[in-house]
Design a binder for this molecule. Sequence first.
Ligand SMILES: [Zn+2]
Length: 318
Amino acid sequence: MFPQQRAMAHECLKLAPLKPRLPMIDKLAKAARDPVLAWAWAYSRWCPQRAVKRATALARRAGLRQPHFVLSFDCDTDADSAVVPAMHARLRSGGLSPLYAVAGEVLAAAANDYRAIAEEGAVFLNHGFRRHAARDSASGDVTSTYFYGDVSEAEWQDDIRRGAEAVGDILGQRPDGFRTPHFASFESPRDLMALWQFLSELGYRYSSSTRPLFGLRHGPFFTRAGIVEFPVSGCLTEPGQILDSWGLIRRGDGTSRRLLEELRAYLALMETGQPGLLNLYLDPADVADDEDVLKMLTRFAPFAAKDFASVLGRADHG
Ligand SMILES: [Zn+2]
């Protein structure tokens, strides 16, 4: 830990008590693997206001001069695919063109629907090939089923290759961005470096596979092994918590109330003109029927970038 970080962490410790969520042994194991990430977690938990200021400063340092908004949808189940066509049309009419990260097997099962939105200009990330979530048709509960951290390097690399083939064969696109299945499950320094190096060898340019803590630590995007990594954004009230429908709706109270509150807060911040990037990902099945959420998303249209390349194109590196 750097002296400045130690001073801030010390100050923060006086402000709020520790409220552990994971068993302490898990936290210690993670902290031992990546101590600076552990610092970022503590900082975001205890000093949310300062974390927001830090995010703005890092955005400025990365060359951003304005607020930017990138919206992506992770399509992990057939229930997501079923709602994508109407949701995409609704968002397009509101001035947004989201990115889609679709597991190859899910893409193949609804090929015509995805082809239709690809022909309209939707951009797809490689999201691996194998299905990595299962949905219980009776309850609607979704269970995570396949993690890169649980398989050999050869296997996850094969999954990435096959994911790209699916996007190429079905949509005729060659993806230049990748998102690992599941956040927080494949992010040790060693795993990430192996991932970025492999993506670089395959000719990728972008990845958006890391949690908000990486943004707090490194900024809205950062380059490793030739890949520009875009961490997904966190909640303004709790910067270490991913701002997504999985955490705020499914694992929250089942309503979109908190998601809407967090989005409203981001919108207010962005309307002040502060530089930054809201890199938001959602699961279609959780929000597609919620007009309040869709309407709120379209309010970000003035800040929308159509993909990660556009964000970089607008960054002033001079
Ligand atoms: Zn996924």
